[in-house]
Design a protein around this ligand. Sequence first.
Ligand SMILES: [Zn+2]
Ligand SMILES: [Zn+2]
Length: 341
Amino acid sequence: MRTVLLNKPGDFLLTETEAPPAPLPGQAMVRVRRVGVCGTDFHAFRGDQPFFSYPRILGHELGVEVISVGSGESDLRAGDLCAVEPYLNCGTCVSCRRGRPNCCVYLKCLGVHIDGGMRELINVPLAKLHRSERLSLDQLALVETLGIGAHAVERASLEPGESVLIIGAGPIGLSIIQFAQLANVRIMVVDTNQERLQFCQRFLQVDRVACAGSSAVAALKDFTSEDFPTVVFDATGNSQSMMQAFDFVANSGRLVLVGLVLGDVSFSDPDAHRRELTLLCSRNSTPTTFNRVISLIEAGKIDTTPWITHRAPMERMIKEFPAWLDPNMKVIKAMVDMDPD
Ligand SMILES: [Zn+2]
Ligand SMILES: [Zn+2]
């Protein structure tokens, strides 16, 4: 079967690999029909993700069609369209026992730690398939990305009327905005990129945007009548931004770190303590969140139309991928169409 292999940084290869065996009990064989591409894939391609090993089949944002189901209890049938929760968890560690498979001690993410979905067929655990009769394949492939924002917003336990700051308007920031809006909060977005900010205003109607820097602090004070926001989300994955985010939280507020950085983040204890600041990290999302995201898209409460800016079939993806890394290309989400031409 046709497979896109990331042989080493900067080197994609369209090759043939063995089709998977018949699915074991508790598994399904699925045909991968859409693969969303995100920052993790760009890091893997650039080779600046130290814990990434090569060669690797990328692809963790998947819209799939069920081909066959192994024996065992399941209401999934051939032909069903599903989103795939790519976080393979152990089921027995402390976090799994507490219903938090998203941060399993032994978590392996498809397309990151183990081979993912940039191939025609893959076997996945039945429990990781989330079916929808209404979502398009593109929308199903967006569920994972949207789940990151949905979970971060769940972590924050937003209350109506709160003032919220979202730092970083990349795909993670955008998904946080969309789910925070459902909680009826006031939203300000800060980013270094003017075009992304304009996008937030035009397509997502956020209450306020500001370019990162000293003027952002003035705008933030103005936005909150000098109170500062009670919730700050950092979606930059930039340690300087993450450290500075501590200073933007109101007394009694919470800070949610969504973007991840491979390094240390430090803060002033007296400053944090005085404010009785709550620090939350947000990682991946849970099965419940996957189902909730699907229901919200089905109900028309989450609009996926602004998301997909680029699209290519497998062969063309290999050629175009390096260009997608260029900020001038203004990629929000690139979608790989795996269906045969
Ligand atoms: Zn992703
Ligand atoms: Zn576990």
